[in-house]
Design a protein around this ligand. Structure first.
Ligand code: P5A
Length: 441
């Protein structure tokens, strides 16, 4: 993509409304635009990050055996009346009336709708286990939307829902999502710690929040330092092997970890003092097991091996991709701007032409740009007429992992400069070797 053709509305000044670093950097890097209280448009650079985050989420959901669907954002109140949650949900739910005076709502979550899909089609235990997920916008009329996309009113959620014959099956489904989450966040360069959590309006008696540690986090958290070194399961984890998956969950739930709502002072004092970590954290995922809370009132049952009808045991599993885009920035930035982990970077490389209009600079940049694209690399080519200083500042601010700097002096020596955004390390690379230096994606 040529920067001269790209909508990248960089802000030089720090926007006053932004209280935390990720919000400030997302606005300054032209990733998002506020449209109203807790409501944001995703501009081209931001949309690319969101897509890359969703891609990792999707890959790990699929790997763990979940199947992708897509449900509507607007739901009928009837299903919520059936489950008993319509009145309980309170003011966070945006309630709408259509032209026929029918009660509708903008979905804050989809337990009811997915249970309705399930009961329409699945009748036998032989079709279980089943896990359906979608990635869809949600609306919650938060009392205090703040910190940009970190706590917004309209936000993207990946929500998965598992259906099993009994508690044991449901626990295995919960464990699969638990392990998929460990992998998902690690792939985004994050260290997420699962913590026992309150279940709130979703309900149930078993729940973990996945928290990344960051000084700007909204919750206070308490955990054992051993979490920082626990091994994260590799891609060869066998999701078909319940015992293997349960083993990983045991390991990841053994040390103490709790959010402030669930914190237990007595258990905490049993953690050796030098192993105690009190910090602030950002909740990037939340998983729940709630058994028959929805299946019973909504009559979602299957015939079991005993020939009897059983209300299915369910769980739901949320990740906030829009919040994650901000959380990744909280975890990875410096004074000059964002430092994207390669896995979620909007482009791989910033190609900086220091002297646009100079025939040699233009020619070499054109060749490098074409070569990298041919090898599958995503390149943002700065072909604007800005001064070099401004170009460097932009490249650092938007935080692409690599910068290739092309100027007349380097060309005279047959080389270009390559800078690693994270480490600041620079190397010179002979012009014909640039495409090989980066290899195929
Ligand atoms: C689990 C999936 C649920 O809603 N029902 C379906 C369950 N869980 S949750 O914890 O309430 O939300 C899941 C994840 O969504 C993100 N999230 C938000 N992101 C941005 N702004 C918000 N206001 C917001 N609220 C929730 C979080 O990542 C959360 O873990």
């Amino acid at each position: 993509m040529r920067l001269s053709r790209y909508l990248l509305p960089i802000l030089k000044e720090n926007p006053r409304e932004a209280e935390i670093i990720s919000h400030r950097l997302m606005l300054r890097a032209g990733m998002i635009r506020q449209q109203g209280a807790g409501s944001f448009s995703w501009l081209p650079l931001g949309k690319r990050v969101l897509d890359r985050v969703c891609r990792i989420v999707r890959e790990e959901q699929n790997r763990a055996g979940a199947q992708e669907i897509l449900m509507p954002t607007i739901q009928s109140a009837d299903l919520w009346i059936e489950s008993g949650r319509y009145d309980d949900y309170g003011k966070e739910m945006l309630r709408i009336t259509d032209r026929h005076e029918r009660k509708m709502l903008y979905g804050p979550t989809n337990e009811e709708m997915v249970t309705d899909i399930f009961r329409a089609y699945v009748k036998s235990y032989k079709d279980l286990p089943l896990n359906l997920y979608h990635i869809q916008w949600k609306f919650r009329d938060e009392v205090r939307p703040r910190f940009g996309v970190m706590r917004s009113r309209e936000f993207l959620m990946k929500d998965a829902y598992s259906f099993d014959l009994d508690f044991e099956g449901a626990k295995a489904a919960y464990n699969r999502m638990f392990v998929a989450y460990l992998r998902t966040f690690t792939r985004m360069g994050l260290k997420a710690i699962p913590m026992r959590a309150d279940t709130g309006p979703i309900g149930g008696d078993l729940s973990h929040e996945f928290i990344i540690l960051a000084s700007t986090g909204e919750s206070e958290v308490f955990c054992h330092k051993d979490f920082l070194d626990l091994p994260v399961p590799g891609e060869n984890v066998d999701f078909g092997n319940d015992a293997e998956v349960a083993g990983i969950v045991s390991e990841w739930t053994a040390p103490y970890a709790a959010t402030d709502e669930m914190h237990d002072e007595t258990a905490w004092t049993e953690v050796p003092e030098d192993k105690r970590l009190t910090a602030r954290g950002i909740e990037v995922g939340h998983i729940f097991h709630f058994g028959t809370k929805y299946s019973e009132p909504m009559k979602a049952s299957v015939t079991g091996p005993d020939g009897q009808e059983h209300f299915v045991s369910m769980g739901s599993y949320g990740i906030g991709p829009s919040r994650l885009a901000a959380a990744i920035i909280e975890a990875s930035h410096d004074d000059n701007g964002i430092i994207w982990p390669e896995s979620v970077a909007p482009f791989d490389i910033a190609l900086i032409n220091m002297k646009v209009g100079d025939p040699e600079c233009d020619r070499i940049c054109g060749e490098i740009y074409g070569g990298l694209q041919n090898s599958g690399r995503e390149v943002l080519y700065d072909d604007t007429d800005q001064r070099p200083g401004a170009k460097f500042a932009t490249a650092d601010l938007i935080g692409l992992p690599w910068q290739i700097i092309v100027g007349p002096r380097g060309i005279a020596n047959g080389e270009v400069e390559v800078k690693n955004r994270a480490t600041g390390e620079r190397e010179t690379v002979p012009i014909p070797s640039v495409a090989d230096r980066f290899g195929a994606r």
